[in-house]
Design a protein around this ligand. Sequence first.
Ligand code: GDP
Length: 140
Amino acid sequence: MTMQRTFSIIKPDATRRNLTGAINSKIEASGLRIIAQKRIHMSDREAREFYAVHADRPFYNDLVSFMTSGPVVVQVLEGQNAIAAYREVMGSTNPSDAADGTIRKEFAEGIEANSVHGSDSIENAAIEIAYFFTNEEIVG
Ligand code: GDP
């Protein structure tokens, strides 16, 4: 078991439906701690850079439009094996494949508007956290 930090986004479909607290309840119930948090409206440039890995996918422009369509809540989560643990709490990308009790199963509207983001590796967690937070904003 390793103490890790991961990066989380509560996406615009969830903030629009007032689900920030419900989602964070599931995160905290899993044992993960929210050690940094802010509500922002992502710029087009931020969304494009954040999802640059998907730039060649057919859904890239739609995804950028969706992520800039309303406020998001960006967070840093900390806990034992936080990266895998949070992916488990989130559930599969497509909510119809997500396990019962996961955030995406319970709240996602579809494969794109799937309520949450979570880092998929130690390397990406570090890059994503640094993209949105300074060290002073992270209070463990
Ligand atoms: P994640 O790590 O589970 O978020 O999944 P990915 O890294 O594969 O995809 C990033 C995000 O792109 C997903 O969370 C969805 O919001 C969106 N996405 C993924 N696959 C599709 C797709 O086939 N169609 C559309 N419209 N959006 C997708």
